[in-house]
Design a protein around this ligand. Sequence first.
Ligand code: SME
Length: 171
Amino acid sequence: MSDANLPALPWLAPLQARRAHYADLRLRLSGLLHGETDPIAAYATVACELHHAFAAFHWTGFYRVLPNGSLIIGPYQGGHGCLRIGAGQGVCGAVADSGRSLRLDDVESFPDHIACSSSTKSELVVPVIRPGGELLAVLDIDSDHPAAFDALDQAQIESIAADLGSRLAAP
Ligand code: SME
């Protein structure tokens, strides 16, 4: 769970070291989640492991999709998050609507961004989708550093979210 081998700004570490760090994380998650199909248990575990794996991740958590398309907070790590997000609102709502990830180097560049914390500078949001195509949740990671996420982070977090979607039972 430690990121002792990575600098505080993980994107400054060599790509190979970051890949290895993600590989360790994925291995841990696969062991911890083995046989687990409960969404809340799985979200809590992923939020905890991800949050503590990278020093630049300052808020890491899930918003669950409600039947009316709005979002409600799920397990997270970091300061308190907004409890509910209306359908289509904010970065999370946009990702839930489109089913596609959004990576923002500067949250101010997204006019509809919802600032749960004024210190947030950059954000990565990816969908959690079951194999049949049902959207369960979005995984939101915020950083107080600008441009904290790059293509490697996006690909790895998308893959973690896809694994998650494929193991969960219907809510
Ligand atoms: N920034 C998000 C809201 C969630 S918080 O950042 C935890 C958004 O615009 O949807």
